[in-house]
Write a new protein. Structure first.
Length: 320
């Protein structure tokens, strides 16, 4: 059976007005790794291609950097704020003294896993239905301005596998209301992330709180540089029409106004058998997530590791 595979190509033009270096995605059409037809730009070469291969064609030197099945997975954590409060309160010497950050690093070391954390600006849960109602007498109010920057080096060194992104201002925000200024909220959260973690950790992919936003607020995210929005694992997804939501439900991606919506496949706390769930998806792009309050639980960490074992075995690669 003929397979189509993505390939990352490093190309150097040796001479001419357009001489230079470029890196882009090309396509390989192959059958059993033999008689490979590589196609990128105007280059067509029928031969055996493998990682690190290099050949000359029409003034170009082409090097195959990576051959991948195109099977990707994305894992994220929503509602993140109290782990950063812990970093402020407990005066850790290292980011990875915190149980959650240490667990994420361990999964990266063992399986090459990558993670994106979606952050709130503050942990204000005092207002329930508009009424001041403290949930816990030991509750410690916190916002990102209090997060120290002495872990910035560790965040920057981990930026290839650990990304931070915007989730919302706080727990009770709803961006389907056009009166809510997402631009201000986004800039405030991202500004703090840059301060304490550096620009390299910022992701251009996010999932908004509640999976809801007006078209106006999504447009503001687009202007801020967001390219991918993770839709909900149910049918309530932003301002998309029922027809677009049905398309998302099939596992396809929906592109609108230069923003790509990608369906979330499942949340770990709602999955009973991880391997059965993943096998049943039958998808090349798998999107999973959990919430900060769940991630500290041993059962959720076990489910994440089980999923990583399955994804690695099935040839999936991590993506942020």
């Amino acid at each position: 059976m003929v397979k189509y595979e993505l390939v990352e190509v490093f190309v150097v033009k040796l001479h001419g007005d357009d001489a230079g270096v470029d890196v882009y995605k090309g396509m390989l059409l192959w059958k059993g790794y033999k008689n490979v037809l590589g196609v990128w730009g105007n280059i067509m070469e029928k031969r055996l291609c493998c990682k690190g291969d290099m050949f000359l064609n029409k003034g170009w030197v082409t090097k195959i950097m990576n051959i991948t099945s195109g099977k990707k997975y994305h894992i994220s954590v929503d509602d993140c704020i109290n782990m950063f409060r812990d970093m402020y309160l407990k005066k850790y010497d290292s980011l990875f003294e915190h149980d959650i950050f240490r667990f994420l690093r361990d999964m990266n070391k063992k399986y090459g896993a990558k993670f994106t954390l979606h952050l709130f600006f503050n942990n204000d849960r005092f207002y329930v239905g508009g009424v001041s109602k403290p949930e816990d007498k030991s509750y410690e109010k916190f916002d990102l301005t209090k997060m120290p920057d002495n872990f910035k080096g560790e965040f920057m060194n981990s930026s290839e596998w650990l990304k931070l992104s915007f989730h919302g201002y706080t727990y009770n925000v709803n961006y389907s209301d056009c009166r809510v200024d997402i631009k201000k909220d986004y800039e405030q959260v991202i500004g703090e992330i840059k301060r304490f973690a550096g620009e390299d950790v910022i992701s251009n992919c996010l999932r908004l709180h509640l999976g809801l936003a007006s078209s106006h607020n999504v447009e503001n995210l687009l202007k801020a540089g967001i390219k991918y929005i993770l839709a909900s694992d149910n049918k309530l997804s932003y301002f998309l029409t029922p027809e677009k939501r049905d398309i998302l439900a099939t596992g396809a991606m929906v592109k609108k106004d230069y923003v790509t919506f990608i369906k979330t496949d499942g949340r770990y706390e709602g999955i009973s058998s991880v391997s059965d769930f993943l096998a049943g998806l039958n998808k090349k792009c798998i999107v999973l997530f959990t919430h900060e309050k769940e991630l500290g639980k041993l059962i959720i960490q076990q489910k994440i590791e089980e999923s990583l074992k399955w994804l690695e075995k099935e040839g999936y690669e991590a993506s942020t």
